[in-house]
Design a protein around this ligand. Structure first.
Ligand code: SAM
Length: 418
């Protein structure tokens, strides 16, 4: 499986699923343990590869034993590694991490390590990317309120044969539930009925920044698989017109069953062209709110997708910046006077976040930045780290806020909505 993943042609979770389809005899517990070990290897790949230079066997075998030993205590003994491998694993685990350079200690490619080192509290951020993330759920408020959904989720977890699962309300989002453990939620009736959707708390808060009202015209410009569209549609109570745009027909096709499950009838999926699309032009100056959940490096989600740090590159970051600036131009045309434009990414890199917004505002004096503090009900300060900066832009970090890394800026076009 590691050989397949290291081609970097497909996301790691797809490679893992493919492997399990080819090895149907593996039980649930085996699958969970293998997946955990593989993701541990991806998180620590640079460090493990360096250690493996002195390893007692082929590279991938050494990596596999490191991953297994890190996730299953004493794995190398109980699962039968030979004596040299057991000794080598033990020696590696005793290395003082402070003796390692930053990029090895936190297993980052050079281009990314340099950028993280330039941010506040770099060790804390880099370390948080080495941890796995909890599963967050969003309650579809068209179908249930959070309290009743939480009660039902807890009942499901109590009935589960495995111990250690739990659920609690998310601290910032008033429609979120955070799970402890990884129960099989996709098989729950609550999920099939569209009461629950998997969505990180940071993404849930994005809908609050857009703050769509009943009967408005709203555009989710990069709707992809529809996660944000669903949250917006629920806030609009299934009224008004909510366009789900995307240039990718397969992505929008994947969103359609989710839209159907949700019970929302105000969503209109439309495949658009990246430039000069007629339907986008026809909506010029019409939308009350436009959300751009921009294509980005996704590096804020490293806890969930550790392979991204190996699949992304500085060249790809350059390419994405051009694409993001173009999307900002196209999408902003649709905002009506007094209307709102929200630009967001799941990245922690300034180039695709505040730099894009600052550049856009410089060339578009008809838009001004709104302070996000006024739009978010919950106090977003954790340990003295506010999620909203002095200019009013939002930045979540896994180490400070327990969410994925995430950025958002809210802008408003001059004029009055009336
Ligand atoms: C970060 S993903 C969106 C995720 C989605 N909002 C969700 O919550 O599931 C970015 C999306 O932007 C789309 N995209 C890329 N270029 C675009 C463009 N020029 N116009 C509109 N969408 C675009 C991609 O196909 C991708 O689905």
């Amino acid at each position: 499986m590691l050989e397949d993943i290291f081609q970097w042609r497909h996301p790691a979770d797809q490679c893992v699923s493919y492997y399990f389809r080819q090895h149907r005899h593996l039980g649930g517990r085996d699958r969970a343990e293998i997946a955990q070990a593989v993701f541990d290897v991806l998180r620590h790949l640079r460090r493990y590869r360096r250690d493996a230079q002195s390893g007692p066997g082929p590279l991938n075998l050494c990596l596999a034993w490191r991953g297994l030993s890190a996730t299953l205590p004493d794995a190398s003994q109980t699962l039968g590694a030979d004596a040299p491998m057991q000794e080598w694993v033990k020696r590696c685990e005793q290395i003082d991490e402070q003796s390692l350079p930053f990029e090895v200690r936190f297993s980052l490619p050079d281009w990314l390590a340099q950028r993280i080192q330039a941010m506040p509290e770099p060790d804390s951020l880099a370390r948080s990317f080495l941890r796995s993330a909890a599963i967050d759920l969003r309650v579809n408020t068209v179908k249930a309120d959070r309290d009743s959904a939480l009660t039902q989720v807890r009942e499901m977890l109590t009935q589960s044969s495995r111990h250690g699962f739990d659920a609690k309300a998310t601290p910032y989002s008033d429609v979120g539930i955070r799970l402890k453990g990884h129960p099989p939620i996709q098989r729950w009736a609550l999920f099939e009925q569209g009461v629950l959707e998997v969505q990180d708390e940071g993404s849930q808060l994005l809908a609050k920044l857009v703050d769509p009202k009943r009967q408005e015209m709203v555009i989710d410009f990069c709707a992809g698989a529809g996660g944000k569209t669903l949250a917006l549609g629920a806030m609009m109570r299934s009224t008004g017109r909510l366009y789900a745009f995307d240039v990718s027909a397969p992505r929008l096709a994947r969103a359609k069953p989710r839209f159907a499950r949700s019970g929302l009838s105000n969503i209109h999926p439309v495949v658009i062209r990246p430039e000069g699309d007629d339907r986008v032009r026809r909506l010029a100056g019409k939308a009350h709110r436009v959300l751009i959940d921009a294509p980005c490096t996704g590096l804020g989600t490293l806890r969930r997708n550790p392979d991204l740090k190996w699949r992304q590159s500085a060249d790809e970051l350059d390419r994405l910046q051009i694409e993001q600036a173009l999307i900002l131009e196209q999408a902003s045309i649709c905002v009506r006077p007094g209307g709102r434009l929200v630009y967001a990414t799941c990245s922690v890199l300034a180039e695709e976040n505040e730099a894009q917004v600052v550049r856009f505002l410089e060339s578009h004096p008809e838009f001004t930045l709104i302070d996000a503090r006024a739009l978010l009900a919950a106090e977003l300060t954790e340990g003295g780290h506010s999620a909203v900066d002095d200019q009013g832009m939002v930045r979540f970090r896994p180490d400070w806020h327990g969410t994925d890394g995430f950025f958002a800026a809210v802008m408003q076009r001059q004029g009055s909505l009336a």
